[in-house]
Ligand binder design. Structure first.
Ligand code: UDP
Length: 235
């Protein structure tokens, strides 16, 4: 049984969030997104010539994305360098961004996305995808929509939004984690993973809760980007 959350949040409540863009002057676009004690920064470069050349596509651009959890992001120093988990997360972020960025506008070109997790308390792939999506928009890339991503899941018998690491490690009744990436204006899911066991009915409740949470993240992303572009037009 999990009747009250460790941090006293409502079951459908997100952790406090912060977002900003334009944090890395040497990148074409950049963003920082924090949710609770999880924070990711993203930098976007390009479009530029594809390297290595054999990855080039004649009819559209490609996204090369790398996710990296910095050694100091967790209490037990994470091992530097890419492991299997980093490769998997880089792939799922790339797949989601492929649906968001209009790559047909950049044939034979490459967009590089680097995401660094500076603090990790669960939900890093979602925070990274949200930051990467904002950085793509900050770079001025044409997009079908912004990606808003958050994990939802089940702890004991309770369906919950935006799990912390302490919740993911819940033993009594176990925990299930479902990271969700959403293109709100298209009503399209671009990231969906499942770590644990749930029934079909529970999964649809989890996805619905995740989509509602993602809508709140989307509102924050839009307001930060609107502020950023209106400041640019004034200067
Ligand atoms: N984590 C860790 N060390 C690692 C990998 C993960 O402490 O080497 C923690 C970190 O808090 C991370 C959480 O475990 O956010 C859950 O990791 P998972 O692989 O489920 O991905 P995430 O929820 O971060 O997308």
């Amino acid at each position: 049984m999990y009747e009250e959350r460790f941090d006293k949040r409502g079951f459908d409540e997100l952790r406090p969030m912060e977002a900003e863009t334009g944090i890395i002057p040497n990148a074409k676009g950049s963003a920082r997104f924090r949710i609770g004690n999880t924070e990711a920064i993203a930098a976007v470069y390009g479009p530029e010539e594809v390297k290595p050349k054999h990855f080039e596509k004649v009819d559209k651009g490609i996204i090369m994305c790398k996710y990296d959890m910095l050694p100091f992001s967790v209490p037990d120093r994470a091992k530097p360098g890419m492991d299997r988990r980093d490769m998997e997360i880089s792939d799922v972020i790339t797949n989601a961004l492929n649906r968001a960025v209009i790559l047909e506008e950049f044939p034979r070109s490459m967009i590089t996305v680097r995401v660094y997790v500076t603090q990790a308390d669960a939900g890093t792939r979602c925070a990274s995808l949200t930051a990467a999506s904002m950085a793509c928009a900050d770079a001025g890339l044409p997009m079908r929509d912004l990606v808003a991503a958050v994990a939802a899941g089940k702890i004991g018998d309770s369906i919950c939004l935006d799990l912390t690491k302490e919740e993911e490690d819940f033993h009594e009744g176990g925990a299930t984690d479902v990271p969700i990436g959403f293109l709100p204006s298209k009503n399209e899911i671009v990231l969906l993973q499942l770590d644990g066991k749930v029934t079909k009915e529970e999964l649809s409740r989890i996805v619905e809760m995740g989509k509602l949470g993602a809508m709140k993240i989307y509102e924050l992303e839009k307001s930060v980007l609107q502020g950023r572009f209106s400041n640019e037009s004034k200067s």
